[in-house]
Design a protein around this ligand. Structure first.
Ligand code: IP8
Length: 261
């Protein structure tokens, strides 16, 4: 049975979240090199990549007061969020390509409609493509809900959507962050090595985020783990940790062990 790794490139990795529209090319290069080692260099781990909005999508979402709740938001805001995400996606996949990866963007609107995975969904196609050397890339986005309603869809939620749909075929879900994992409390920086209960985690966040920051990540992580899939949170600014996790080795980070029921 072929299995695929689901990898989230957090907005705090692909951008500098404290400055509007600031792309972090260096971090994307580092993580791309790590993915290349694992995807192609030895054995080959098929993967699907999801990236967040960081100081691109979140910047405009905050500016135009747009949220994950479907509503009639400013059409200018909708356009700006969308264009910024396409721009960010182009920059990320451009670097992935330069680093020897073979990315193929599938925007979330091609497999999610009105908040649900569409029938005959391209999610299965994402999986099939990942089996043949391509790396499907999708991302958080502003989505049409129906009529004049739109909403912000988090890449973290896309991770759960993919995990649910592809559950038999997912080996691991990895969330890359700009911190070492999930902390028991942010001030003391006590890292939780294995997270069992969401209530153990500190939910403090820094910077702009309309989709729920760490709270959302932990919630989606718990949801994915309940499908029986191991979920890791690691610092993507240390690419060797990404390699370790994807090779099944222990590393600095937080794991939620997959357990059904
Ligand atoms: O950073 C949100 O994705 P996330 C994307 O994964 C937008 O929560 C458009 C803000």
């Amino acid at each position: 049975m072929c299995v695929v790794a689901l990898i989230k490139l957090g907005g705090s990795i692909v951008t500098f979240k404290d400055r509007p529209l600031a792309f972090n090319a260096h971090a994307v290069e580092g993580v791309s090199r790590a993915l290349k080692q694992v995807a192609y260099d030895d054995g080959g781990v098929p993967m699907i990549v999801v990236h967040g909005g960081g100081s691109f999508g979140h910047y405009y979402s905050v500016l135009y007061d747009m949220h994950s709740r479907p509503a009639g938001y400013s059409v200018e805001g909708i356009s700006r969020v969308r264009c910024s995400m396409v721009d960010l996606n182009n920059r990320i996949t451009g670097i992935m390509l330069e680093q020897g990866l073979r990315p193929y963007t599938i925007h979330p609107s091609s497999f999610i409609s009105a908040g649900k995975v569409t029938m005959g969904s391209r999610v299965d196609e994402l999986y099939s493509m990942s089996m043949h050397g391509l790396i499907p890339v999708t991302h958080g986005d502003v989505m049409h809900y129906g009529d004049s309603l739109y909403y912000i869809l988090s890449g973290d939620e896309i991770m759960s959507i993919l995990a649910e749909r592809l559950v038999q075929n997912v080996s691991i879900a990895l969330f890359t962050l700009a911190v070492d994992g999930v902390y028991r409390d942010m001030k003391g920086r006590e890292l939780i090595k294995e997270l069992r209960y969401a209530s153990d985690a500190s939910m403090e966040d820094v910077g702009m985020d309309v989709t729920g920051g760490m709270r959302r990540k932990v919630r989606e992580g718990m949801r994915i783990a309940s499908l029986g899939i191991d979920v890791w949170f690691v610092n993507g600014l240390y690419p060797e940790r990404v390699v370790d996790v994807l090779r099944g080795r222990d590393t600095i980070g937080t794991v939620i062990r997959g357990s059904k029921g």
